[in-house]
Design a protein around this ligand. Sequence first.
Ligand SMILES: C[S@@+](CC[C@H](N)C(=O)[O-])C[C@H]1O[C@@H](n2cnc3c(N)ncnc32)[C@H](O)[C@@H]1O
Length: 299
Amino acid sequence: MNEGEAFLEALEQKARILAPGARATYEANKDLCSWLLNPLARWAEAAYGKQIFEDAARGYASYCIGVAQAQRIYEKAGRYTPEAMPEIMSGVYEDEGYMVPYMWAAILIYAFWPSMVNHLAMFREDFLRRLPANARILELACGHGVLSLLAAEERPDIQIEGLDISPPAIAVAERLLKVSGHSGNVKFGTKDALQANGSMESDVYQGIISAMLAEHLPEPKPLFSAMGRMVSKDGLVYFSTAIESAQRDHVYEYNQESEPLQMAESAGLRVSLLVSDAGLPSAGGRFLPRATAMILQRR
Ligand SMILES: C[S@@+](CC[C@H](N)C(=O)[O-])C[C@H]1O[C@@H](n2cnc3c(N)ncnc32)[C@H](O)[C@@H]1O
């Protein structure tokens, strides 16, 4: 059996309603999903013990319920209605009880949600496998740190720094790093993405990852400016964001794919690849939640 199936089995026990959809996405994309779930299962069990599979299943279930509730409120209000940033900091990013289960969900959706599985494909095929040799990589808002760890697993020649504003998320990332065997190549730290090391310097990184961060910022334009400055001429940016997709900590509402695209272009970047995916058919609401990912390069 694939080690990663332990996550699905826990879902079948603890969140039965959500399990068939997750399994269908996994079965239809087994190579790709196992590429994520197998090492994740090894690191998670080594760092937290077998209990982690149930904990992750519970985290995934409460996240999915929260997303559905937030989308209903969004449909009624007609716009995102986020709490103020200080409340999001204290109630989400600094709250270990909220943040740790959220982080398990944030990584599992890449293998369990049809709208995210194409992001995983783009991340592996069009970003990691195309980075220049010995690339220096920055991951902004690394959360759980798993994308950085997978990057190190796939590309042992690269060096990666991951940073996130949330201390409990960085604690998860550090715990997984410790058992992953990648401590020589990967470093994590607690920091605001907009105050990244090198954000004022040019040409510092051959790869930048900004996955599902822009919608968490009150204004994402400075994120694009910093990425446009920091990425080298031969480098790649992997960028993703949520469109018409409400969540408790989504504060910037994108309604069209052209909006992040134009922000990227205004920052001197061009898009070499774009995927935008609504996943499952919409239930007929006025908003269609989508997840968009792009590969960006310096013009
Ligand atoms: C949806 S999670 C994404 C985690 C990971 N990048 C992924 O794709 O699974 C959003 C992350 O953004 C982080 N975040 C929000 N605002 C941030 C900021 N200003 N600087 C750095 N991280 C931030 C949160 O702490 C959280 O870990």
